[in-house]
Design a protein around this ligand. Structure first.
Ligand SMILES: [Zn+2]
Length: 266
């Protein structure tokens, strides 16, 4: 069936269209042999034919929006100011899932179970961001090791650990300032990191009269093991004032800043 333009007062409808449900991305399906990637555009491709395209494929294969060029797809009943995006949700205690959700504050709050706090990478080639529960640590939510591993592997450089459910999304890369910084489908590269070798951890200690964190050669598979090692160091070495467990990617000899790191209770 064809798509039926749905006019709204005062809006140019040449770049958007209503559909009963979002189709699959044709480029992913036929050119990349990946099924199940949600399309958000119906548009002409640089090669000529029209195709349903996901956010990423529309950026790389589409020729833009407008009559004869392309339309953004909206599910019937969906507010056109809302947008459906594919996200990766990683839970501390359940299998991770990819899901199409409405990119709305309320939806993100429901997933993380409270106010959201944003996380984004400072290095790396893939653009993404994630939301976790702002008060997760206060609420005592469990540490989310898989989400922490994914974030660290994808360029998040911090000594913090994510807790509770974490939802990963892509960034909108656009010349249009209104779209810039918005929610886009989670990059496949991030989903692939679910299978990545897990991050190792090390103990850093702050010794009496020192201003930088110091470490040793020991590496641990789990935070719990690292914490045990930290307490062991503390019990044997008088000079240990504070201890912290950090992912292996953390730069060495960082200056101590009060309250910056989650410290091990010694
Ligand atoms: Zn695609």
């Amino acid at each position: 069936m064809g798509t039926v333009p749905f006019a709204m007062e005062g809006e140019d409808m040449s770049d958007r269209v209503r559909v009963p449900s979002l189709p699959e991305c044709d480029i992913h399906k036929y050119e990349l042999n990946t099924t199940g990637v949600t399309a958000h555009y119906d548009g002409k491709t640089v090669k000529g034919p029209w195709a349903y395209m996901c956010e990423g494929c529309f950026t790389s294969h589409g020729i833009g929006l407008g009559t004869g060029r392309g339309q953004r797809l909206y599910v019937e009943g969906e507010d056109m100011n809302d947008k459906t995006v594919r996200v990766l949700i990683v839970y501390p205690d359940l299998p991770a899932e990819t899901k199409d959700i409405t990119a709305k504050l309320k939806t993100f709050q429901e997933i993380v179970g409270g106010y959201i706090e944003g996380v984004s990478p400072v290095r790396g080639t893939v653009r993404w961001h994630a939301y976790c529960n702002e008060e997760g640590k206060l609420q005592g939510l469990p540490i989310n090791r898989i989400a922490t591993n994914i974030a660290v592997a994808a360029g998040w450089t911090t000594t913090d650990l994510l807790v509770g459910p974490v939802v990963f999304l892509g960034d909108v890369e656009s010349d249009d300032e209104e779209d810039e910084g918005g929610e886009a489908d989670v990059p496949q590269e991030l989903v692939d990191l679910l299978d990545v070798e897990h991050v190792q951890y090390r103990v850093e200690i702050l010794a009496t009269n020192e201003i930088n964190w110091a470490t040793n050669q020991r590496r641990f598979d789990t935070i719990a093991e690292a914490e045990t090692h930290a307490r062991d160091l503390y019990s044997r070495w008088m000079l240990v004032e504070k201890a912290s467990v950090v992912p292996e990617s953390t730069p060495y000899r960082q200056p101590y800043v009060a309250g910056e790191r989650e410290e091990v209770k010694l």
